[in-house]
Design a protein around this ligand. Structure first.
Ligand code: CUA
Length: 370
């Protein structure tokens, strides 16, 4: 019996020791550490949370120590030590009601004022205006037209990689054409829910130094929610100016010949994608300047030949998607990119399967779309 108790104690201690190890896994430098804020919004939020956190820890330790003390001091020892009974003690009861209430009221003051501060929207001419559309499962960014201060003349539609100049204010107009998402760049700002049929506005300030910040979807939105990332690339003013000018240029190559046949009639990529006009959104990402994006596929993969080829031929093998029937016309329903290497028939007739050479033709074209 003693032996058994000993083991259960060992297990409990092991569990306690394991908790800090597991928590230590939360500390990493993958670019989404809200405890290491780089933008003004995230800094404001951290400056509010940190002192509250300290107070909470002090109180938490006090409560735990008091509980352990009472449990040990007054443990049932054949009724020998019964503590002084305090039931109905008005001073105590009013005290432990009022003290926490006062504490919470004190915390509420800076919290509410920060909520209002973060909700402020600067004049349209002062902040970069970007429409954000939550997709399944990637993010579309539409830079609104006519923003001379930010070098935007014509509307720019891009995805996954958001480029902004250092120190700039950015106002996002967030919506979804499908389900709920939540837009979050942990090191730059707090979260904002992205709701179908609504436009939620969020203004953030970019870091003062150039950097690459990881964003994530923070609201469960289906099969690939965990793969719905994006990147905010904060650049020097010159680098940003160069990028935004490039995005407004036409495609680097004429969209014609074999690549147009393959992505058009044969595999019908054009049902969802735009290849040669960066001002036009569609159901899938605009591909006009795909090669200028460091990452694609919800920010999960680097844009290079091997990844792109695998993606074009069989995207569902890289990110989970409900896309088995994406090659069939409605009423077939699907979300995502179909596999072009998995056999599927329409009206009993097999649809063509993509060859490695065909994929190379498409990849060559896309890698030229700087
Ligand atoms: Cu979008 Cu989770």
């Amino acid at each position: 019996m003693r032996q058994k108790l000993g083991w259960s104690r060992v297990r409990r201690i092991a569990l306690l020791l394991a908790v800090p190890s597991v928590l230590a896994a939360c500390a990493n430098d993958n670019g989404q550490n809200s405890l290491s804020p780089k933008g003004q919004n995230a800094k404001d939020i951290a400056n509010l949370i940190n002192p509250i956190w300290v107070i909470a820890i002090v109180i938490g330790i006090g409560v735990v120590l008091a509980t352990v003390f009472v449990a040990l001091r007054f443990r049932d020892n054949e009724g020998k030590r019964n503590p002084k009974q305090t039931h109905g003690n008005s001073v105590l009861e009013i005290g432990w009601t009022i003290l926490p209430a006062l504490l919470l009221a004190a915390v509420a003051v800076p919290t509410i004022s920060l909520i209002f501060k973060l909700a402020e929207t600067p004049a349209k001419s002062e902040a970069l205006q970007v429409e954000v559309v939550g997709k399944q499962w990637w993010w579309e960014f539409q830079y609104k037209a006519n923003q001379p201060k930010f070098g935007v003349d014509e509307k720019v539609v891009t995805s996954t990689m958001l480029h902004v100049p250092v120190g700039a204010k950015i106002t996002f107009y967030e919506t979804s054409d499908n389900v709920l998402h939540s837009f979050w760049v942990p090191e730059l700002s707090g979260k904002k829910d992205v709701v179908p049929g609504r436009t939620n506005v969020l203004t953030i300030t970019a870091s003062e130094e150039p950097g690459l910040f990881r964003g994530a979807c923070a609201e469960y939105c289906g099969l690939s929610h965990a793969n719905m990332k994006f990147w905010v690339k904060v650049e020097s003013k010159a680098d940003y100016a160069k990028w935004i000018a490039g995005q407004q240029e036409g495609p680097n190559q004429a969209y014609e010949g074999e690549v147009a046949n393959l992505t058009g009639k044969k595999y019908q990529c054009v049902n969802c994608h735009v290849f040669d006009n960066s001002a036009t959104p569609n159901y899938g990402p605009n591909l006009t300047h795909l090669a200028s994006r460091q990452y694609f596929a919800g920010g999960m993969y680097k844009t290079n030949r091997a990844n792109l080829k695998r993606w074009i031929m069989n995207a569902p093998s890289m990110i989970p998607m409900q896309s088995q029937e994406c090659r069939l016309p409605p009423p077939a329903t699907c979300v995502g990119m179909p596999s072009y290497t998995t056999p599927i028939s329409q009206n009993g007739k097999p649809l063509p399967l993509m060859t490695s050479r065909e994929a190379d033709v498409i990849v060559d074209y896309l890698l030229g779309q700087k």
